[in-house]
Design a protein. Structure first.
Length: 203
């Protein structure tokens, strides 16, 4: 079975857009593949959590330029101060099996960006855990999240999302991102890179 690994942060808007497209492709493949979403907390990489104001600007640019509706619930007053507890739940789900792990990884992002839920809120996380038959979340980093982060650093992860398929890797393959002359984010779906990435998954 083909294994697709992606190192990603839950609060990264680029991951939310790109991961949904990759999962959709995998679901339509004739041969099964597993998508493993590994923890890459940008709050550790950058030394601080993602700033919600910056994420709102990026989400608005993605919505306008890509024609997506993936951020309808994004709220500044429901922004987590840390993603570690949510990443702990995703790691716990993957310990159950890959399907549960992927389902929880997607639900956490949908909760944040589409439903307006604060995924740093213990009650929100407990509800997601209960819905998937998982134990209550831990709030200190678990071994699996730390292991993902350490492994990603060793593999040269450059940001979120960074995909690996066998010996090949693709940074943010769904999107061509840049900035205009005034420094504003520009985005388009990168059909060529995404096609190359899908060919590698299908191989």
């Amino acid at each position: 079975m083909q294994i697709v690994e992606v190192y990603a942060d839950i609060t990264c808007p680029f991951t939310h857009v790109g991961l949904k497209r990759v999962v959709q492709h995998v679901s339509e493949m004739s041969q099964p593949a597993e998508v493993i979403v590994r923890a890459w907390p940008l709050e550790w990489v950058n030394g601080a959590p993602m700033a919600v104001d910056a994420v709102i600007v990026k989400a608005a640019a993605l919505t306008d330029q890509l024609g997506v509706d993936d951020f309808s619930g994004l709220r500044a007053d429901a922004w987590p101060t840390s993603t570690i507890p949510a990443l702990n739940i995703a790691a716990s789900a993957y310990e159950r099996n890959a399907a549960t792990g992927l389902a929880v990884s997607l639900e956490l992002r949908a909760a944040l960006f589409e439903r307006g839920d604060n995924i740093g809120d213990p009650a929100v996380l407990a509800a997601i855990a209960t819905a998937h038959g998982l134990p209550a979340p831990e709030f200190e980093v678990c071994d699996s999240v730390q292991s993902d982060y350490d492994g990603g650093a060793e593999r040269g992860v450059r940001g979120s999302p960074h995909f690996f398929v066998a010996t090949d890797d693709f940074f943010c393959p769904a999107l061509d991102l840049g900035h205009d002359d005034e420094g504003h984010l520009t985005a388009r779906f990168d059909a060529d890179m995404l096609a190359d990435f899908f060919v590698r998954i299908d191989a």
